[in-house]
Design a protein around this ligand. Sequence first.
Ligand SMILES: Cc1cc2nc3c(=O)[nH]c(=O)nc-3n(C[C@H](O)[C@H](O)[C@H](O)COP(=O)(O)OP(=O)(O)OC[C@H]3O[C@@H](n4cnc5c(N)ncnc54)[C@H](O)[C@@H]3O)c2cc1C
Length: 257
Amino acid sequence: MRLTDDQTQLQDSARKLMRRHAPPDVVRELDERRLYPYDLHRAWAEAGLLALAFPEEDGGLGGSVADLLIVGEEISYASPDLFMAFAGNVFCGLNIARKGSPAQRRAWLPKLMAGELRMAISMSEPGAGSDVGAIQTHAVRDGAGWRINGQKLWCTGAGADNTLLNIYLRTDREAPYRKGLSLMLVENDAEGVELRRCDMLGRRATGTYEVFLKDVYVDDSRIIGGLNQGWDCAMSGLQIERDRFLREQYGRVARGG
Ligand SMILES: Cc1cc2nc3c(=O)[nH]c(=O)nc-3n(C[C@H](O)[C@H](O)[C@H](O)COP(=O)(O)OP(=O)(O)OC[C@H]3O[C@@H](n4cnc5c(N)ncnc54)[C@H](O)[C@@H]3O)c2cc1C
């Protein structure tokens, strides 16, 4: 891929930032002591890297997929574990940029880009890995809101401070398979949320968690993309990790989907 002058400058800045904030001894310490990279996350926010992929109308920098790829490569060179601390936030936020209402975009995206808020994707379950449609965690109507019950697995970054879990769950248990799923945002310290850190061989700084949800309450403002539209949200988010990422590498990240 031939880089523009701006992209060469972006690459250089990201490389210098990672050398300064995540040299090998720091990466080793974060890994050995299972510490979330808070300082590095702050540095990403201050350098505008968390805002890079977001549309300008949401306060982002309107970067392309190629720009995101350049930064991702520099972070991953230091540590693929640290890349997930970066990407978990960006991928969840892009779902909100694509599928959220104007009010939801205003509520969450500026804080995410400023590094004041983190996000973690919570799709997988003990019985729903590749087969996302098999999700059993569910929410039922309770007055003006919803009660969530179930168990999630492999939620990377779920234990960091100020993290909103982006939880895929069933809101219509009668609907067939991929229908009846919704995406809801839940604080990781909300009443009824219990996190258990998994003992992993890798990704030990960002951390990967089991998430247990017992009668967790949320209101309608936490549903992203509309009720029972979770499958569309999941697919629009996963596309950027798959074929569209390559086909549209010169396109804007948050476009369509
Ligand atoms: C380190 C780590 C971090 C993760 N972080 C997150 C996260 O942040 N959020 C989240 O939601 N999930 C996360 N995951 C979960 C990850 O997305 C799942 O592991 C993945 O979806 C696979 O699911 P599974 O592990 O249940 O394996 P399974 O789906 O049970 O698959 C097991 C094997 O069977 C194969 N297989 C499955 N179905 C088929 C089929 N139809 N045809 C042929 N082969 C098939 C698979 O390729 C695989 O080799 C993480 C996983 C790991 C290991």
